[in-house]
Design a protein around this ligand. Sequence first.
Ligand code: MLT
Length: 263
Amino acid sequence: MQVNGYEMAYEDRGKGLPVLFIHGYPLNRELWQPQVDGLSGSGRILALDLRGHGDSQAVKGPYSMDHLASDCIALLNALEIRKPIVVCGLSMGGYIALALYRNYPERLGGLILAATRANADSPEGKANRDAAASLAKEKGVEAVVESMLHKMMSPKTYQQKPELVQRAKKIMEHTSLEGVLGDLMGMKERPDSRPTLGTIDIPTLVIHGADDQIISAEETRQMHSQIQGAVLATVPEAGHLLNLEQPEIFNQAVKRFIQPLLY
Ligand code: MLT
C-alpha cells in the first residue's frame, strides 16, 4: 500500500473490530504472527511494517513518533477504516500508540500498551541511542541486533528456547540501516508522554512480561497507575517480546480486553 509517499507492507486478516498491532524497535509485523493467527477469529487483525522495517520501503529518518503515528492513520484511511479501532503497541509501538492517542483520539476506541513506557529518554538513554547509531553505521544492523538480542526475551526463554531466539533474531535483522537510524533518532527526541496518561478516557490494557529486562516493573506500575480505569496484566515467564514468548496468555488477555468492544 502506498502511504505518505512510500510503500508500506501490512497484514489484514479477519472481520469486525479492527485491532492494529504496532511493532517495536528493531522489529516488524512478523512479531505479531501469533496474534494474526490466534486472534483473527475474534476481530480484524491489522499488523504493519513501519517505514524502514520488514517489507516496507526504507526511507531516511529521523522517524518521529508523530510521523510514525501519521503513517498508521494513513493506512487506516487507505483501508477506509473510519470507526474507532483498538491499537496495540509494543515498546516503541507503545510510544507510537500514545502519539496516536494524543493526535487522533477520535480514531481510537481502545488502547493496549505492551512492554512500553511513557517517559522520554533520560540523558543516559539518549547517549545509548547515539552509541547504537554509531555501531549501526560502523558495523551494520547485525551488530546492533547481536548487542541487544539477549535483552529482548526473558533469561529463561533465551536459554531454553533457541528456536524462538533465532526467530526473533531473523525478524530484527530484517530492518534496514535507515530504519534502525530513523528509529533511534526518533525515539531519542520523543516527548514525555506522562502528561497524556491522565487524559486517556478509553479502555486501556497495560500488559508486560514479568521478566522484561528493558522496561522495568516499576515503570509499568507507574504508567498503569496514571491511566484511569486501566487494566494491568503481568505475563509470567516472559520478557520484552512477551507476545512471542507466551502467545496463548497474551492472546487470552487481548481477547478478554476486546470482547466488550467488539462490533
Ligand atoms: C523497543 O523494543 O521498541 C525498544 O526497546 C524501545 C526502546 O529502545 O526504547
